[in-house]
Write a protein that binds this ligand. Sequence first.
Ligand code: GDD
Ligand code: MN
Length: 374
Amino acid sequence: MPNAPASPTAATAGTELSVVVPTYREAGNVEALVRLLDTALAGLRWEVVFVDDDSPDGTADLVRQVAQRDARVRVVHRLGRRGLSSACIEGMLATASPYVAVMDADLQHDETLLPKMLEVLRAGEADVVIGSRYVDGGGLGGWDASRAQMSQTATRLSRMVLPTPVADPMSGFFMLPRAVFLDRARGLSGIGFKILLDLLTARPTPLRIRELPFTFRTRVAGESKLDSSVAWDFLMLVGDRLVGRYVPFRFVAFAFVGGVGVLVHFSILTTLLKGLSLPFTTAQGVATVFAMVFNYAVNNLLTFRDRRLKGWRWLTGLLSFMLACSVGALANVGIAAYLFKQDYQWALAALAGILIGAVWNYAITSAYTWKKKP
Ligand code: GDD
Ligand code: MN
């Protein structure tokens, strides 16, 4: 039947605004947030999509219960995954409204700002509206000095990669037209906590930005998930934006760790040679093993933090790493020896060997030792 009318139940108009809320252990906040949104967004066609990473406190199930009473509430339940930015991206991709907002579940972001954000976007005055703590009228609320300091350092660092100045690029509270998001979606790194910075830097062309002040509220239920890995993820994101166009930032980190490993190697070697007067071959052998374990442990902790191996897998990972690097060392020496014979300068021959060894080690260990989860 051509042009048949849609069934009456499907005739409800779509939403204008989707609010995407990443959650990890936020069971104590979900219902309160939906109530606050209900008040703040009265008169608008909106929905809220919680993206939960299988929180052990049952946040996803709770959202389903709320969704049974309120069709504006949905859940994207992810298994075996963690990550604030990637959760926001998947949440936004799972919606159809012409405007999308991202906010925290813990009531720290001021939901009454949402209608104002929407107005700015409807009027076409900006490509993205940011809830900002660092413009006149905004504030950090009850943040302690060290957290405030950290946030400001990160903000300063982010200027190295931002095409235009932004007062609060670290904010996790913003709204943008779907078209702007989709235009940048494929350029997102999805690493870590800073989805807004990721969006702003996903393309070299600057977005038209509007920042509206709000004061960060204090968290009442649940706790913050900010830890040391958030800082490392942030550096990975900034580093990736700085050099990622030319060479994967992970490789730069891997090579840097390798460089430090050489220092470790030499300090152990001199200790064993001079301190304990061991024969050179023994000392060199011991130093090599130590340096490999060092490189493996540090790369596991930092370079491949998102694929970190633990328990038994740590040990089997170490074995595959050592195997790969032994082949890498052979390639290194072989190529250097070949070039040296071809009358290349010794330093140049050595450097070429080291480079090829490093690329080999990186390629093999990132594909096998730290295999990406399917
Ligand atoms: N799905 C998912 N997966 N959600 C997560 C994860 C995760 O791995 N980690 C944290 N979240 C959710 C939390 O449940 C919360 O709703 C939101 O992301 C922010 O996490 P918090 O742990 O409350 O972050 P915060 O208060 O320390 O940091 C906030 O302030 C920053 C400004 O400096 C966040 O809003 C950041 O986005 C913001 O950049
Ligand atoms: Mn929070």
